[in-house]
Ligand binder design. Structure first.
Ligand SMILES: *Cc1c(COP(=O)(O)O)cnc(C)c1O
Length: 398
C-alpha cells in the first residue's frame, strides 16, 4: 500500500524540501541563503540565480511549496499580503474595470479606493454572495472579479464556481483572497480561480511573528506576468522570513485542524448563550452560506464573530477575558480577540459599518491552540461580566 500523494497534511511537511534536500549536507531544512548576488561561472551564460530581488533559493523553495499546495503553475512570495494583492492588481491596465466583494479586507479596500484611480482603473463593489447582482454588474471593460470567502468579519460566503462561471462567460479573470481558509481547506484553482492570494502573516506562518504574502497563478503565463511585476516593484519576501514561513507551513495542518475543532465548540457555546445575539461561523447549519461553504471547502476554519448587545457589553467582555490577546490580526497559536468597529473597520463611517453588520457590539475571535475547555471557561466568565453590565444599563434586575 502506498501513501496518498495528494493528501495536504503530508504535502505540508515535505513540499519545501522534497526537491531541495541540501545536496551536499543532507540538511532536512531549506538553508537560508543570505546572498544578494551570485557568482557566474561563464562569461556570457548565467545560472539560475543572479540577484536576489529576481530570485533567491530559499524564497524559491517557499514559492514552489505554495504553488504545489494550491495546485497552481507558479507561486510568488511577497513582503506582505498587501504587496501580493496590490501587485496582482497591477496585472490590470488603464481603462480596465474590476468588480470587488463589498466586504473585502480593509487594506484591500484602501488600495482599491485610494490607488486604482491613479492608474485610471475603474472599480465597483458588489454583494458577491448574490450571483445575479454580480452578473448584472459586469461591464464590457471588466477584466477581474475579486473574491474573498469567507469574508471579514461576518464570514459571508461566496459561491466561487458561480462567480468563476460569470467571469469566464465575460472573459474576465478571477482573483481570490484565500487567507482565512489556506490551501488546507480551500483550493480556489480547482474551482477555476486564476490568481490565489494570501496574507501569509496569518494561518500559514501561524505564530504572529512575520509579515508575508503569497500569490499563486493558475497558468505559467500569468505567473510570468506577475513575476515581472514583482521583480519590477521589488516587494519580495526576504530569505529569513521565507525560511520562517516554510517552517510555519509544515505545522499548518495540525494547527488549523485543532483550532477549527475548537472554533466549532466555541461557536456552539456562544450560540447557546442568552447575551449573544448572533454568531457568524460557516460551520453553523443556520449560517446563510453554510451549504455553499461545505460544498467548496474541506473545513470551516478558526475565525468566528459574535454580536453582543452594544459597545458597553463588548467592552466588559474584552476587559474580562484573560486568555486571548486583544489585537488586530488572526491565524496564530494564541487566540486573538478583535473589535472590528475600532480595528479593521475604524475608517468606515458608522452607517456604512452597520449596513455591513459591523455594529458596536460585534467581536471577532481567531481561535488558537489553547485547550478549548480553558477558552470556554474564560469566555463564560467574560460573558457573565458583560451580562452584569447589561443588567445595570437596561435597569432590569434579577
Ligand atoms: C491580513 C489580511 C490581508 C493583508 O495582509 P498583510 O500581510 O497584513 O499585508 C489581506 N487579506 C486578508 C483576508 C487579511 O486577513
Amino acid at each position: 500500500m502506498s501513501f496518498d500523494k495528494e493528501r495536504l497534511e503530508t504535502k505540508l511537511i515535505h513540499a519545501s524540501t522534497r526537491g531541495f534536500t541540501e545536496q551536499r549536507t543532507g540538511a532536512v531544512n531549506v538553508p537560508i541563503y543570505l546572498s544578494s548576488t551570485y557568482h557566474q561561472d561563464s562569461f556570457d551564460e548565467y545560472g539560475r540565480f543572479d540577484y536576489s530581488r529576481s530570485g533567491n533559493p530559499t524564497r524559491l523553495a517557499l514559492e514552489e511549496t505554495i504553488a504545489e499546495l494550491e495546485g497552481g503553475a507558479r507561486g510568488l512570495a511577497f513582503a506582505s499580503g498587501m504587496s501580493a494583492i496590490s501587485s496582482a492588481f497591477m496585472l490590470l491596465s488603464a481603462g480596465d474595470h474590476v468588480l470587488v466583494s463589498e466586504d473585502v479586507y480593509g487594506g484591500t479596500y484602501r488600495f482599491i479606493t485610494e490607488m486604482l484611480n491613479k492608474f485610471h482603473i475603474d472599480y465597483s463593489f458588489v454583494n458577491m454572495t448574490d450571483l445575479a447582482e454580480v452578473a448584472a454588474s459586469v461591464r464590457p471593460n471588466t477584466k477581474v472579479i475579486y473574491i474573498e470567502t469567507p469574508s471579514n468579519p461576518c464570514l459571508n460566503i461566496t459561491d466561487v464556481e458561480g462567480v468563476v462561471k460569470i467571469a469566464k462567460a465575460n472573459g474576465c479573470l478571477t482573483f481570490l483572497d484565500n487567507t482565512f481558509m489556506t490551501p488546507l481547506y480551500q483550493n480556489p484553482i480547482q474551482l477555476g480561480v486564476d490568481v490565489v492570494l494570501h496574507s501569509a502573516t496569518k494561518f500559514l506562518s501561524g505564530h504572529s511573528d512575520i509579515i508575508a504574502g503569497l500569490a499563486v497563478t493558475r497558468t505559467e503565463e500569468l505567473g510570468e506576468k506577475l513575476a515581472f511585476i514583482q521583480n519590477t516593484f521589488g516587494s519580495i519576501l526576504g530569505a529569513q522570513d521565507s525560511y520562517q514561513l516554510i517552517q510555519g507551513i509544515k505545522t499548518l495542518g495540525t494547527r488549523l485542524n485543532q483550532s477549527t475543532a475548537s472554533a466549532q465548540k466555541l461557536a456552539a457555546h456562544l450560540a447557546g448563550h442568552p447575551l449573544v445575539e448572533e454568531v457568524f461561523y460557516p460551520g453553523l447549519v443556520y449560517h446563510a452560506g453554510h451549504s455553499i461553504h461545505r460544498r467548496q471547502t474541506k473545513g470551516d476554519g478558526a475565525v468566528l464573530s459574535f454580536r453582543l448587545p452594544n459597545r458597553e457589553t463588548a467592552k466588559a467582555f474584552v476587559d474580562n477575558t484573560k486568555l486571548p490577546v486583544f489585537a488586530v490580526s488572526l491565524g496564530a497559536v494564541e487566540s486573538i480577540l478583535s473589535y472590528p468597529a475600532k480595528m479593521s473597520h475604524a475608517a468606515m463611517p458608522k452607517e456604512e459599518r452597520e449596513k455591513r453588520g459591523i455594529t458596536d457590539g460585534l467581536l471577532r475571535i481567531s481561535v488558537g491552540l489553547e485547550h478549548i475547555d480553558d477558552l470556554i471557561a474564560d469566555f463564560s466568565t467574560a460573558l457573565q461580566a458583560a451580562e452584569k453590565i447589561q443588567l445595570q444599563t437596561t435597569g432590569v434586575s434579577n
